[in-house]
Design a protein around this ligand. Structure first.
Ligand SMILES: Nc1ncnc2c1ncn2[C@@H]1O[C@H](COP(=O)(O)OP(=O)(O)OP(=O)(O)O)[C@@H](O)[C@H]1O
Length: 309
C-alpha cells in the first residue's frame, strides 16, 4: 500500500485504530487504521458499498465501532462535535421542511459554539438570493448549497463532506471547491467522499481508496496513478485492422478499437509498442500517457476483486 509520510510531531485531527463495523453479515469497515492531519484535503474514494459513508458516520459518532477506536482531536467524536470542532455535510442529511433557508442557517449558527454571522454563511455558500425560500422548495443543487452552509456555520477545525457536489452545476462546484481550498489553507482538515475522481485528482492532497471496508491505497493522486502501473497507448492505423493480432500484443490489459483508432492499456508500454512495430504495423498519431486517477482507481479495485474471487 502507498502511504503518505505522517508528520511525526503533529497531533492527528482524526485517528482510526483497527476499526471494524459490521451490519448483520456485511463487514462495512474492516480493521481500518488511518490518521488525518491539520491542513490536509483528503479524498475518500471507493466503489458503491466500499464503506465510505459508514467511515464518515463513525467519525461523526453517528455509529459506533464494534471494535477498535475512533479519535477526533484526541477525544471521542461526540466531544469534538460538542466543542464545535467538526462541521459536516452528509448525503442523507434531511433539511427541515417548513423553514426558510435563512432561518435554517440562523439556527445552525445559534447551535455552533464558534459561529460565523448568518449573513456571511449565506454569502459564502452562494445562497443569499434564495434566503427567503422554503427549504422544501429547493432544487437538488440548491439544497446541496444549503447543506454546505450548515457545514460551515462556524469555525470548525475539521470539515467532513459526503459526496458534496452531487447535483451542483459547474459554477457551484467551482465556487464550492474554491471555498474548501481556503478552509484548508487556513489550517482546517477537509475530508470528502466522492465518486467524481477528477475532483479528487484536482483538489485532494491525499487520496484514500477504500474497498470492502479496507484501505487499499493511501497517497497523493500521483502516487496512486503510479501504483496502478499501467499506461494508455493510442494510435491510428490505415486499412483493415486485424483485431485478433492486436489482442495478442504483450502486456495488454484492455483494448478498444473504434474506426481506425486503437486505444490500449498496457502494463509495459515500451514492450507493447515494440511488439506493435514487429507486427509490421505503422501506427500514426501514437500517444503514450499515464493513467488518469479514474483509470488507476478502476485498475486497483479490479485487481483487488480478482485477488479475492
Ligand atoms: N444500516 C445498514 N444496515 C445494513 N447494511 C448496511 C447499512 N448501512 C450500510 N450497509 C452496508 O454496508 C456496506 C457499506 O456501506 P456504505 O454506505 O458505508 O458504503 P459507501 O462506500 O458509502 O457506498 P456508496 O458509494 O454507495 O454511497 C454496504 O454493503 C451496505 O450495503
Amino acid at each position: 500500500m502507498t502511504t503518505t509520510a505522517a508528520p511525526a510531531t503533529t497531533t492527528p485531527v482524526v485517528g482510526f485504530d483497527q476499526v471494524t463495523k459490521t451490519y448483520a453479515s456485511v463487514r462495512a469497515v474492516d480493521g481500518l487504521s488511518l490518521r488525518l492531519y491539520p491542513g490536509e484535503t483528503v479524498a475518500l474514494l471507493g466503489p458503491n458499498g466500499a464503506g465510505k459513508s459508514t467511515t464518515l458516520d463513525l467519525l461523526l459518532g453517528l455509529k459506533h465501532p464494534d471494535s477498535g477506536t475512533v479519535n477526533v482531536f484526541g477525544t471521542s467524536p461526540r466531544e469534538a462535535i460538542t466543542a464545535g470542532r467538526v462541521g459536516a455535510m452528509l448525503q442523507s442529511g434531511g433539511l427541515m421542511d417548513e423553514v426558510t433557508v435563512a432561518e435554517l442557517v440562523k439556527l445552525a449558527c445559534s447551535l455552533h459554539p464558534k459561529a460565523y454571522r448568518p449573513t456571511d454563511v449565506l454569502a459564502r455558500a452562494g445562497i443569499t438570493q434564495i434566503a427567503d425560500r422554503k427549504v422544501n422548495k429547493l432544487s437538488g443543487g440548491q439544497a446541496q448549497r444549503v447543506r454546505f452552509a450548515l457545514a460551515t456555520a462556524g469555525d470548525s477545525d475539521l470539515i467532513i463532506l459526503d459526496e458534496p457536489t452531487t447535483g451542483m452545476d459547474v459554477a457551484a462546484r467551482q465556487a464550492f471547491w474554491a471555498t474548501m481550498r481556503e478552509q484548508a489553507d487556513q489550517g482546517r482538515a477537509v475530508l470528502f467522499a466522492t465518486h467524481y475522481l477528477e475532483e479528487a485528482d484536482a483538489i485532494a492532497d491525499r487520496v484514500l481508496v477504500l474497498h470492502r471496508g479496507r484501505l487499499l491505497a493511501d497517497g497523493t493522486a500521483a502516487e496512486i496513478k503510479a501504483r496502478a502501473g499501467a499506461r494508455r497507448i493510442s494510435f491510428d492505423l490505415d486499412g483493415p485492422i486485424d483485431e485478433a493480432a492486436l489482442r495478442a500484443l504483450p502486456f495488454l490489459t484492455s483494448i478498444d478499437v473504434s474506426g481506425q483508432t486503437v486505444r490500449i492499456q498496457s502494463s509495459d508500454a515500451d514492450a507493447t509498442v515494440h511488439a506493435l512495430y514487429k507486427l509490421g504495423l505503422y501506427p500514426r498519431n501514437l500517444e503514450v500517457a499515464g493513467l488518469g486517477l479514474e483509470q488507476a482507481f478502476v485498475a486497483i479495485t479490479e485487481a483487488e476483486e480478482a485477488k479475492q474471487s
